[in-house]
Design a protein around this ligand. Structure first.
Ligand code: ADP
Ligand code: XUL
Length: 547
């Protein structure tokens, strides 16, 4: 009976899930999660993002009057950064907690991870030796601080690289060429444009950078005690990787920053073993030399954790960001350039569309009207489908889909003090945007697997079912990215042992039994949304024209 640990370092929190696998099957035996803001307040984050006074103490980054928006990101400049040392210390706290769980960890065979996508960590040349020689008596942050060539990490909420996006796009021959090679046109949060901005604004610090990691490969490196590769799932969120061959694309790499090729980690399949748990963690928390599996992004991991190992199913994650995704056998590029094609941890591809105004927008409405989540649900239940024509465009923060760089709520027929109207309007807007901007994937959605923190809320899922006209499955484990990471640990361990284990076998018996509810759409309500979505699309287009 072996144990497999999955970790998920998301925007706001760290989660750990342990699976136990034997001949009778695989089951979840442990789950724990904590929020960065609460557990590590000394870093001064808000929703996992460094606040203005603690954050980007980087030359030239404080353009006058930058304001922090609800998410913690600077609304004036679009800058959003977090701390790699915070993520390292969080990993330490989580492993201490798991070590004290009472589980027989001598059976721990492998550890895999999931992380928020796109964020980058900049290490100098000392990192290679420091990672391998950490002192088990000290927390990681104290020892890693000297390895950072950049003290902060830009994260996926950052929208400050429009100039770099344009420059890279022009250098490679336009958005279509970039999308055909890398799976996406240039996006502000993608790692390539972020690296270019760092090179442009801080050339000396860029020159002192020996390795640029993603959050995922940084944390895998920390566990293995040596530089770990990037997997194609997370690598495709960089505008640097050739999707078809899963190798760095020289034209994009050269267009991004000089000398970058030598600073990038290798790309390796998602089931690659990056090493064994380093002597540091073994001594610090009395853990065994478990295999360390290459980490991936949270969305690719969620694909596994929601059981989407076959084409035709879709998942919606209602986390800090809202995302809709599904497996693709062949990469179909989005002709409108709003969505992305990423690598899937199964070796294939996945289509995905990402919305920045997810949970934080719902929380904004909840807090503005002094509600709890049950009050929020009651407001949804007390208002009719279609909201009697009341509507809003939910762009509290800068939006990724569609691209909105000037945030602000747009209300239609909605009085400022109308709490229930706002609650239904934000959820309907988000669900209609998800439906509208996932059409490019050409998936006839009949069943949606819902995940992420807000998937705990059945009233939100009911609106989802009605808007899409599809069944919505709710899961007992809300963090499918973490579950997916644990399942990837199981799969990679089997591959390393030479066992044949298909992805269907990996998820069978684990994901399906975790379905706690199946919500079915109501025909009449769905008919209302079929019409309303046209009105929503028209208002969205109009708002973008006026911008
Ligand atoms: P991430 O992994 O992106 O950090 P999660 O998937 O953990 O985020 O989701 C966290 C969010 O879930 C919280 O910010 C909160 O807004 C939302 N959430 C939690 N419970 C509920 C609920 N009952 N109804 C709606 N939203 C909820
Ligand atoms: C994906 C994206 C977000 C982050 C959130 O492209 O930007 O979903 O991965 O963690």
């Amino acid at each position: 009976m072996s144990l497999y640990l999955g970790l998920d370092s998301s925007t706001q929190s760290l989660t750990g899930i342990v699976l136990e696998a034997d001949r009778a099957g695989t089951r979840v035996v442990y789950e724990h999660s904590f929020a960065f803001d609460e557990k590590l307040p000394e870093y001064g984050t808000r929703h996992g993002v460094l606040t203005a006074d603690r954050g980007p103490a980087e030359a030239g980054h404080h353009e006058g009057g930058a304001r922090r928006s609800e998410s913690g990101a600077e609304s004036g400049t679009g800058i959003a950064v977090s701390s790699p040392l915070l993520w390292a210390d969080a990993l330490d706290l989580m492993l201490a907690k798991i070590a004290a769980s009472g589980l027989d960890l001598s059976r721990l065979a492998a550890i895999a991870g999931s992380a928020q996508q796109h964020g980058s960590v900049y290490l100098n040349a000392t990192a290679a030796s420091v990672l391998g020689q950490l002192n088990p008596g000290l927390v990681p942050s104290l020892q890693l601080a000297g390895c950072l060539s950049r003290p902060v990490s830009p994260i996926w909420m950052d929208a400050s690289t429009s100039r770099e996006c344009e420059e890279i796009t022009a250098a490679v021959g336009g958005p279509r060429v970039l999308a055909e090679h890398t799976g996406s046109r240039a996006f502000e949060r993608f790692t390539g444009p972020q690296i270019r901005k760092f090179f442009r604004q801080q050339p000396a610090a860029y020159a002192a950078t020996d390795r640029v990691h993603l959050v995922s490969s940084f944390l895998a490196s920390l566990l293995a005690g040596r530089h770990a590769p990037i997997d194609p799932g997370d690598g495709s969120g960089m505008n640097l990787m050739d999707l078809a061959s899963a190798t760095w694309w020289p034209l994009a790499v050269d267009a991004t920053a000089p000398g970058l090729a030598a600073k990038l980690p290798d790309i390796a399949p998602s089931w690659t073993i990056a090493g064994t748990l380093s002597a540091y963690w073994q001594a610090r928390h009395a853990l065994p030399p478990a295999r360390i599996v290459v980490w991936s992004g949270d969305n690719p991991c969620s694909l596994i954790g929601t059981g989407l190992v076959r084409e035709g199913l879709a998942a919606i994650s209602l986390g800090t960001s809202d995302t809709i995704f599904g497996l693709m056998r062949e990469p179909r590029i989005d002709a409108t350039f709003t969505g992305h094609v990423f690598g899937a941890p199964t070796g294939g591809f996945m289509g995905i569309t990402v919305f920045a105004n997810g949970s934080i927008a719902r929380e904004r409405i909840r807090d503005q009207f002094g509600l709890t989540w049950s009050g929020f649900s009651a407001a949804l239940a007390s208002t009719p489908a279609g909201n009697d024509g009341r509507m809003l465009l939910p762009w509290f923060d800068r939006e990724i889909t569609p691209l909105v760089l000037e945030p602000g709520l747009r209300r239609f027929g909605l009085a400022l003090d109308d709490g229930p109207g706002h609650v239904r309007a934000v959820v309907e807007a988000q669900m209609m945007a998800l439906a509208l901007h996932s059409r490019w994937m050409q998936v006839d959605v009949t069943t949606i697997h819902a995940t992420g923190g807000a998937s705990a809320n059945r009233d939100i899922l009911r609106v989802m079912a009605d808007v899409f006209g599809a069944d919505v499955c709710q899961f007992e484990v809300g963090n499918s990215a973490c579950l997916g990471a644990a399942l990837r640990a199981r799969h990679a361990d089997a591959v390393a042992r030479g066992e044949r284990l298909t992805w269907d076998e990996v998820v069978a018996g684990v994901v399906d039994p975790l379905i706690t509810a199946r919500l079915q759409p109501d025909r009449e309500r769905h008919a209302i949304y079929v019409d309303l979505i046209r009105a929503y699309a028209a208002r969205e287009a109009q708002a973008l024209e006026c911008a």
